[in-house]
Write a protein that binds this ligand. Structure first.
Ligand SMILES: NC(=O)c1ccc[n+]([C@@H]2O[C@H](COP(=O)([O-])OP(=O)(O)OC[C@H]3O[C@@H](n4cnc5c(N)ncnc54)[C@H](OP(=O)(O)O)[C@@H]3O)[C@@H](O)[C@H]2O)c1
Length: 347
């Protein structure tokens, strides 16, 4: 039998609140991440996606570079053929850094559509604002000699190709990821179709308050990646100064009061603050807790304030592998002094 049967333990997907993008498109207020990193196979990720759809998830956060769109696509096709309404789904994918050239970008989108077995994507993002490729799983100190700083004219060539995808009906919304206010100012100035979302690192110890507010003020929906602080990220993405969100006393104490896991406190806070969290998990029971937590027992204003006070500017995904020759530190990727560094770092 090939029918899509929602799980009796799950949530009625129609009860999960949506946010509305500036173009009127609806997006569920929580999604499922699909980056298995080095340790979760494509089949395992696809299996969690399959369970998550039955549990009530409708937004699946994909990307070509996660290396599992084919396997996720099989699950999506099976669910839709089995009766899940395609229009209920919100499928997001991202173009990887080696496909920023306009012709490659269009082909990359067509490949993701083909792999995901879809006629259109609900949203397509430029994954990083740098066209800087690195091999999957490479060492944090490895550098590609071809790497470049952010060059706005080149980025806009890619963005025009993104706009073309919308005009062709292949993509409903387009957006950015890992960009900063200085970059967004240029993009908003020059775009014909402005970005609908910005996927950015957001968790209690990395709240990016100014960028978050800038996005809200400009009608760009923040999507929060690594919402739980990515506790299973690979060794190469760890530094001694990193802080674990789910071990912070404030988060642990709130979790105790609500009798939930600290991870779900992070998800609850994210939802209530206004970003869309996209937690990853290998376990259907955790996927369900994360989904249910947005529907129940909200944090009090005092608890929201206590989480706000956990801000430590603790960036976990620093992006060292994207650095170019002449860049001084990973901070060059994040425009930390309010300007965009060129070939020789900040002037
Ligand atoms: N745009 C970008 O550049 C970018 C960068 C990074 C990530 N992302 C996206 O963001 C998604 C999420 O980020 P992430 O994977 O780095 O980290 P994350 O979602 O913050 O953390 C995932 C980890 O949290 C654990 N977890 C999840 N729910 C839990 C629960 N209810 N209780 C206890 N533990 C729980 C999972 O363990 P279990 O497996 O044991 O549940 C997993 O190890 C990615 O999958 C990807 O889609 C995007």
């Amino acid at each position: 039998m090939n029918s899509f049967v929602p799980s009796c333990e799950g949530v009625d997907a129609r009860l999960v609140p949506c946010r509305v993008l500036y173009n009127g498109q609806k997006i569920p207020c929580i999604g499922l991440g699909t980056f298995g990193s080095d340790h979760v196979s494509p089949q395992e990720v696809a299996s969690v996606v399959s369970e998550a759809l039955k549990l009530g998830y409708r937004y699946i956060d994909c990307a070509a570079c996660y290396g599992n769109e084919k396997e996720v696509g099989e699950v999506l096709e099976k669910a839709v053929k089995g009766g899940l309404d395609r229009q209920e789904l919100f499928i997001l994918s991202k173009v990887w850094n080696d496909c920023h050239a306009p012709d490659k970008l269009v082909r990359a989108c067509e490949k993701s559509l083909n792999d995901l077995r879809l006629d259109y994507l609900d949203c397509y993002l430029i994954h990083w604002p740098f066209p800087n490729y690195h091999a999957p799983g490479c060492d944090v100190n490895s550098r590609n000699p071809e790497s470049r700083p952010y060059i706005h004219e080149e980025f806009m060539d890619s963005w025009r190709a993104m706009e073309g995808l919308v005009k062709r009906g292949l993509v409903k919304s387009i957006g950015v990821s890992n960009v900063t206010i200085p970059k967004l100012e240029l993009i908003l100035r020059d775009a014909d179709i402005k970005p609908a979302v910005n996927e950015m690192e957001l968790h209690p110890t990395m709240q990016q308050g100014r960028l978050f507010q800038y996005c809200i003020d400009h009608g760009i929906q923040p999507i929060g990646y690594s919402p739980i602080g990515s506790p299973a990220r690979p060794e190469r993405d760890r530094t001694p100064e990193d802080i674990s969100d789910i071990e912070l006393p404030e988060i642990v104490s709130i979790a105790g009061r609500h009798e939930i896991h600290p991870a779900t406190v992070c998800v609850k806070w994210a939802y209530q603050r206004g970003q869309i969290p996209i937690p990853f998990t290998t376990k259907p029971r955790n996927a369900l807790s994360n989904l249910k937590t947005v529907l129940s027992d909200p944090l009090s204003p005092e608890e929201m304030e206590a989480v706000a006070a956990c801000e430590r500017n603790c960036r976990l995904i620093k992006g060292q592998v994207f650095l170019w020759k002449g860049a001084k530190s990973w901070l060059d990727l994040w425009d930390v002094d309010g300007t965009i560094p060129g070939w020789d770092s900040y002037k």
